[in-house]
Write a protein that binds this ligand. Structure first.
Ligand SMILES: Nc1ncnc2c1ncn2[C@@H]1O[C@H](COP(=O)(O)OP(=O)(O)OP(=O)(O)O)[C@@H](O)[C@H]1O
Ligand SMILES: [Mg+2]
Length: 484
């Protein structure tokens, strides 16, 4: 007869994908962490998700009352009451004082009768703190250590780490355990950043040592697994440029390319983004704009305003823009770095396979927030490669802050466009544009060249408007005569 081998998951999206073999029958797991780091939430998630898969879970709590635990977990989208009613979950509250032999007897009875596949002990510190007799304590600890083997299941021991302490100090269990996860939290720019360190994983090859995560209402633990690709992806399809002058200088760009546009900090040429949106119009692409500085409404208004030289009505412009562009905004100071990267990738994915172009606006802000740290650069580079793999043309627009940032952003790009201010007369700031494509000669374009380019974008918009009008006429006629 073949033994039934249960399959265990962590149950957190993003973790099971990168570490599918973290939990297996017979494994002993330690979840350690500082106060409030999310130990109970993670342990409950593992308990809940496996129970839903039919692997009954026994939660041994020395701390939280059932009522409180159920209420908090419900906030995270886990209905333990329902699970309990289905017989898939049992909570055992253990007295911290009491006769150890009696405790073990009660536990053994529950194990035999209930036969859980997942057992959580929250927390083992209760055992070590309140049982002073070392012999008796060892008895109870050994009982828990050998439980997963006996049950052919998973035992999870939650261990509390004092704040500031990184060493577990749990003694023998660190050697006995098959998997050790350490939950940590630190403050990044006044924002809470959580990471899960995978300190040991006997069953799985580890390529990622730390997984950033958040705890979110309605969702519980959400992994922000960094987008790490070991290979640099190839560039994608060729794209046409929206005007003659850009075609002359750059010939074309590819999906997967990075275009970096830099403006002086004291003026932002209104047409820099609208000009490049011409690529979306010309190639019939959808563009997603992620601004770190402007709310979506303002971005739309500024874009409409930049096209006012075209001479079309506001409504017409809005229609064409909205057909091709989605505006979003992120305040990089309200998220940790890992959260910002995860949010950007999520946004880029959310607009579907259609969003072939992602424009990041005010890119100097997250760079300042992160002080251009090596961690920031690694995240940025990985994120760019991920978007490249997703086949997006990446446009990064930012203000000049210092040479270090400027050189770095330029080095990461395939095309660099820099605005250089010249004279300001009669209230109008004029400029030249330095433009350079990797492997090509750098050019210096005049103000008039750029204005001419925008006029050509107007022509593309005009074609779009014609098409839209034809389409709506067809629809009206279709409605009138009924569809074929
Ligand atoms: N509704 C919520 N939305 C987002 N985060 C929440 C919500 N409720 C609680 N949290 C976060 O979840 C964390 C609590 O997690 P949890 O109780 O799992 O931690 P713990 O490590 O078990 O803590 P302790 O050491 O106190 O046992 C808190 O730090 C809190 O910030
Ligand atoms: Mg807890």
């Amino acid at each position: 007869m073949v033994d039934y081998l249960p399959n265990f998951i962590v149950g957190v999206e993003g973790i099971d994908e990168v570490l599918p073999d973290l939990l297996y029958p017979g494994s002993l797991v330690v979840i350690a962490g500082h106060p409030g780091s999310g130990k109970t939430t993670l342990a409950s998630t593992i308990c809940y998700r496996n129970a839903l898969n039919g692997n009954k879970c026994l939660y041994i709590s020395f701390q939280e009352s059932k009522k409180k635990l159920f209420r908090i977990m419900k906030n995270f989208g886990m209905d333990f009451e329902e699970l309990e009613n289905k017989g898939l979950y049992k909570l055992l509250r253990m007295p911290i004082t009491g006769n150890v032999e009696e405790i073990i007897e009660q536990l053994s009875k529950t194990m035999a009768e209930y036969a859980p596949k997942v057992v959580i002990v929250d927390s083992v510190n209760a055992l070590t703190q309140f049982i002073s007799n070392t012999k008796i304590r060892a008895l109870l600890q050994n009982y828990f250590y050998s439980l997963s083997e006996t049950l052919n299941g998973v035992t999870i021991l939650v261990a509390e780490l004092p704040l500031g302490e990184e060493k577990l100090g749990l003694g023998a269990v660190e050697f006995v355990a098959d998997t050790i996860l350490v939950l940590k939290h630190r403050i990044e720019r006044g924002v809470l950043a959580r990471v899960m360190e995978i300190r040991k994983a006997r069953g799985a090859p580890i390529s990622i040592a730390e997984i950033p995560f958040t705890i979110a209402k309605g969702k519980g633990v959400v992994a922000l697994t960094p987008p790490i690709l070991t290979k640099i992806p190839r560039r994608g399809a060729k794209l046409k440029l929206p005007c003659n002058v850009l075609e002359r200088v750059l010939d074309h760009v590819h999906k997967g390319h990075v275009i970096y546009v830099e403006q002086p900090s004291f003026f932002r040429p209104a047409e820099s983004v609208p000009l490049l949106l011409g690529i979306a119009f010309k190639n019939n692409l959808k563009a997603l704009i992620v601004s770190y500085g402007y709310p979506p409404e303002t971005q739309l208004n500024l874009t409409i305003h930049a096209y006012s030289i075209c001479g079309y009505s506001r409504e017409d412009l809005r229609k064409v823009i909205e057909e091709h562009v989605v505006f979003t905004a992120i305040n990089p100071f309200s998220y940790s770095l890992a959260e910002t990267v995860a949010e950007e990738i999520r946004l880029a994915g959310e607009y579907g396979d259609n969003a072939d172009m992602v424009v990041f606006h005010s890119v100097e802000l997250p760079a300042i927030a992160e002080k251009l740290s090596s961690n920031y650069l690694a995240n940025l580079y990985n994120q760019m490669n991920m978007l490249k793999k997703m086949g997006k043309l990446i446009i990064r627009v930012g203000s000049y802050v210092n040479d270090e940032m400027s050189n770095l952003f330029s080095a990461l790009a395939d095309v660099v466009i820099k605005y250089i201010p010249t004279e300001a007369n009669e209230g109008e700031q004029k400029y030249r544009v330095y433009i350079w494509g990797r492997g090509r000669k750098p050019y210096l374009l005049k103000y008039e060249d750029i204005q001419g380019c925008l006029k050509e974008v107007c022509e593309i918009i005009k074609e779009k408007l014609k098409l839209q009008k034809q389409c709506s006429q067809h629809t009206v006629e279709g409605d009138r005569y009924g569809s074929m």
